[in-house]
Design a protein around this ligand. Structure first.
Ligand code: PGA
Length: 248
């Protein structure tokens, strides 16, 4: 049985003082969750504070990005060891906003995945298609390629610590959630390609999330699908609703 995982991607929201407020709100609601991995992914400047505030709870902290070099002259970037040492357990990699606005490529995502693993961080690897790609009927081809390149040279024993988040770009922040069937179809295809890369046993252990306008109303049905092991939640992770999604 795969353990469920619900992660809140705060994106570029919440100053440190606002982060404190949100965490204090959510802590009593999800802090002692035992059946689901609950992860908050705040902006970098909130991470140290978030780690401090969730001490003694079951909440884990993740980052939203990192660079693939160890250290050095990369102004503005954050290294894997910095995240690890700050207390992060997870790191979101290859989010469609990173790919779309900041030109991240599949190859860069792969470098980041390998580096994250090397430093003991668990990558949440985002994949997903644009609306025109769905309409063209190339969703599965595209997502297969994204997963294959992201997982290149990843060892089986490390792959089980990776999470894949299927996030159709047309569903992100639009209120237009994929149907349960659409989400399951692609999450199932992702598990199939993972079985091709590794083997069925490994693929059966890797958690696949759905993301894209997940909210307190639609979460339970989405998470009930056989290949959906939880969600990556944007907008709804910034309010108390997030607790209802975790309960779902
Ligand atoms: P959303 O974002 O829940 O606001 O659609 C999800 C994401 O981009 O991770």
């Amino acid at each position: 049985m795969r353990r469920r995982i619900v992660a809140g991607n705060w994106k570029m929201n919440k100053t440190p003082s606002e982060a404190r407020e949100l965490i204090e709100t959510l802590k009593p609601l999800v802090g002692d969750e035992k059946d689901v991995d609950v992860v908050f992914c705040p902006p970098f400047v909130d991470i140290a504070l978030a780690v401090e505030l969730v001490k003694g709870t079951n909440i884990k902290i993740g980052a939203q990005n990192m660079y693939y070099e160890e250290k050095g002259a990369y102004t503005g970037e954050v290294a894997p060891e910095m995240l690890k040492d700050a207390g992060c357990e997870y790191v979101i990699l290859g989010h469609s906003e990173r790919r779309g606005y900041f030109g991240e490529t599949n190859e860069q995502v792969n470098k980041k995945v390998l580096k994250a693993i090397e430093h003991g961080l668990k990558p949440i690897i985002c994949v997903g298609e644009k609306l025109e790609q769905r309409e063209q009927g190339i969703t599965e081809d595209l997502v297969r390629m994204q997963v294959k390149i992201a997982m290149k040279d990843v060892k089986k024993e490390d792959a089980v610590n990776c999470v894949i988040a299927y996030e159709p770009i047309w569903a992100i922040g639009t209120g237009r959630t994929a149907t349960n069937e659409q989400a399951e179809e692609v999450c199932g295809a992702i598990r199939k390609v993972l079985a091709e890369i590794f083997d069925q046993e490994t693929a059966d252990q890797i958690r696949v999330q759905y993301g894209g306008s997940v909210n307190a109303k639609n979460a339970a049905d989405l998470f009930a699908m056989p290949d959906i092991d939880g969600g990556l939640v944007g907008g709804a992770s910034l309010k108390a609703d997030f607790a209802d999604i975790v309960k779902a």
